[in-house]
Ligand binder design. Structure first.
Ligand SMILES: [Zn+2]
Length: 62
């Protein structure tokens, strides 16, 4: 069974088979529910706590 993931950016659950998996150079695995979250994280470097559409801010954000 595929594991249920949550978006590393907005905290929403990601359905198996969807979303984007991103591995940083440090080896951290990040999951994004959509290209929206992906772009916001990589290109815009926005903090989730500052965005209105983000459900809850992640404590592990650095
Ligand atoms: Zn997301």
């Amino acid at each position: 069974m595929p594991k249920m993931r949550t978006c590393s950016y907005c905290g929403r659950p990601i359905e198996p088979g969807t979303g984007i998996m991103f591995v940083t150079r440090r080896g951290d695995v990040l999951w994004f529910c959509s290209s929206k979250c992906y772009k916001n994280y990589l290109k815009l470097r926005r903090k989730p706590s500052k965005l209105a559409w983000v459900k809850k801010s992640k404590a592990s954000w650095k």
